[in-house]
Design a protein around this ligand. Structure first.
Ligand code: PEP
Length: 251
C-alpha cells in the first residue's frame, strides 16, 4: 500500500500575526512538491488567519477535547477546529500527556472524536529517557499505542502515528536509525494487528529534533512515513529543506 509522506510542523505556543508570512512561504514550497503532504499545526488563535493566508494548504490544531461542546473552559472541540478551517489535529503529544495529565484513554477518545468529526489525526506516542534506559522503550510505546488507538478507522490515511521519544523532543538529541527502525516496525505490526490491511495505510511519523541535516537519513529508515517537526518548523528557512528531503526521489 503506497503511503505518501507527511511532514507536519508543530508550532506549539509560538506564532503571532507576523508569523503568517512563514505560513505562506511554507505553503508555496509545499505546492511545488505535490508528492508529499505538508501541514502546519498552529496555535488555535492563528488557525483561521493561517487558512486565509494559505488557501488550500493543510492547517491543523494541536489538541482537541473529545466532547462536542460543554463547560470545558479553555478547550476546543473538533467541530470548532473544523469551523476555523483546520483539517487535522495532533492528539496525545507528550507535552499534553505530561503537562496536562492526559492518559491513554483520554487520547483514544480525542482521536476517535477527531476522526469522527472529519479531521485527520496525528496521535503521538513515545518513551521517556528513564523508560529507555530501563530497556522498556518498545514495551512501553507498544502498550501506549494499543491503549490510545481509535477502536476503528475509516480511511487509514486520515490517521498518523508520531513516534516521539520524549528525550529527543527539543533537545537536539535524535534517536538512532536502528532505534527508529525497531520502533516503527513494532508500531506497524501493532497497527496491522489492530486494523488488518488498513493498518498498512496508517502513516508512522518520527518526531524529535528533526532538522534539515538529519531529515534525509531519517526518511531512509523503513516504515518512516514522514515527520512531526517542532522547532525546525517555525521558519520557512528551516522547514522547507525538510519538505525537500521528504520529496526526494528514490523513496
Ligand atoms: C515536537 O514537539 O513534536 C517535536 C518533535 O519537537 P522538536 O522537533 O523541536 O524536537
Amino acid at each position: 500500500m503506497t503511503r505518501w509522506r507527511l511532514i507536519a510542523g508543530n508550532w506549539k505556543m509560538n506564532g503571532l500575526s507576523n508569523a503568517l508570512s512563514e505560513v505562506t512561504a511554507i505553503a508555496m514550497a509545499a505546492e511545488r512538491h505535490g508528492e508529499v503532504d505538508v501541514a502546519l499545526c498552529v496555535p488555535a488563535t492563528l488557525i483561521e488567519r493561517a487558512v486565509r493566508a494559505a488557501p488550500g494548504f493543510m492547517i491543523g490544531g494541536q489538541d482537541i477535547r473529545s466532547e462536542a461542546s460543554g463547560a470545558f473552559t479553555g478547550d476546543s472541540s473538533a467541530a470548532m477546529l473544523i469551523d476555523a478551517g483546520a483539517r487535522l489535529t495532533i492528539v496525545g503529544h507528550s507535552e499534553r500527556r505530561q503537562g496536562h495529565g492526559e492518559r491513554d484513554a483520554a487520547v483514544k477518545a480525542k482521536a476517535e472524536a477527531g476522526l469522527g468529526a472529519g479531521l485527520s489525526v496525528i496521535l503521538c506516542v513515545g518513551e521517556s529517557d528513564e523508560v529507555r534506559s530501563a530497556g522498556q522503550a518498545v514495551a512501553h510505546v507498544a502498550a501506549q499505542l494499543d491503549q490510545s488507538l481509535p477502536a476503528t478507522i475509516g480511511d487509514p490515511a486520515a490517521l498518523s502515528i508520531a513516534y516521539e521519544p520524549i528525550w529527543a523532543i527539543g533537545t537536539g538529541k535524535v534517536a538512532g536509525v536502528a532505534e527508529i527502525g525497531e520502533m516503527h516496525a513494532v508500531l506497524r505490526a501493532r497497527l496491522v494487528a489492530a486494523y488488518g490491511d488498513a493498518g498498512q495505510g496508517v502513516r508512522i511519523l518520527y518526531g524529535g529534533s528533526v532538522k534539515a541535516s538529519n531529515a534525509a537519513e531519517i526518511f531512509g529508515v523503513p516504515d518512516v512515513d514522514g515527520a512531526l517537526v517542532g522547532g525546525a518548523s517555525l521558519t520557512s528557512a528551516d522547514f522547507i529543506p525538510i519538505i525537500f528531503a521528504a520529496a526526494r526521489p528514490g523513496r
